[in-house]
Design a protein around this ligand. Structure first.
Ligand code: SAM
Length: 210
């Protein structure tokens, strides 16, 4: 059972406020809890966190191991863990130590180490580093039933083109399509309407076909 989004602390914004800030070109308004700087990628909204939590809750038991890799400052896990009964584990290699301040709950594991160590059933990754495809590690890990890639999809700056190709043994689906997706580059691109903004980044699920 997912708790009400009003219980999320460190306050992700409502979607309507993000849209307004983008159109008003208030570039860094929705930064993270470590203070204003430029190191966020996806902009988590209350609506998005709630929708992803519902997606997870409908498919995974509380005891299933859910892992976030390349978690950066860990906001996605921080928010999800506040409304899900599941315990998501946030990890990052800490490679981008000059850019990010990694909170203690973001455990230092490379993606390879993390999938081997935790044997997750579900893997979450937001904004894979540019030109790096870590998804073969998920597909080759037998415990992984599904992985979810969040960020700019094909043609964008999330991983590389191979990430979004079709992969044998996995069914690919854009999910949470009814929820707006907002990211850093929405501020950079010249949008003129709310509708243009909403769909620039995506949430793509890859589910193992049994
Ligand atoms: C573009 S940032 C995304 C951070 C966060 N997920 C977000 O959406 O804001 C990429 C992150 O991947 C981490 N990283 C780079 N290579 C990695 C690897 N091989 N395994 C795990 N993390 C890695 C970096 O330290 C950095 O925090």
């Amino acid at each position: 059972m997912v708790k009400n989004i009003d219980l999320i602390k460190n306050e992700p914004p409502f979607e309507k406020d993000v849209r307004k800030s983008i159109l008003d070109r208030e570039f860094w308004k929705f930064d993270n809890y470590n203070g204003p700087k430029e190191n966020f990628y996806q902009i988590w909204t209350k609506e998005y966190i709630s929708a992803l939590a519902n997606y997870i809750s409908a498919r995974y038991d509380k005891s299933d191991i859910i892992l976030e890799v390349c978690a950066g400052e860990g906001l996605l896990t921080l928010y999800l863990n506040q409304i899900l009964p599941h315990r998501i584990i946030a990890t990052d290699s800490h490679k981008w130590i000059k850019k990010f301040t990694f909170p203690p709950f973001v455990k230092k594991y490379s993606t390879e180490e993390a999938v081997t160590h935790f044997s997750p059933k579900l893997v979450l990754v937001s904004w894979l580093p540019l030109n790096l495809d870590l998804t073969p590690l998920f597909r080759s890990c037998g415990s992984v039933h599904e992985y979810i890639v969040i960020g700019e999809a094909k043609g964008g700056c999330t991983g590389n083109e191979q990430v979004f190709e079709s992969h044998e043994g996995f069914y690919q689906e854009d999910i949470l399509k009814e929820i707006g997706h907002y990211c850093k580059s929405d501020y950079i691109l010249q949008y003129s309407s709310f509708e243009d903004i909403r769909w620039h980044s995506k949430t793509t699920a890859f589910r193992r076909i049994k």
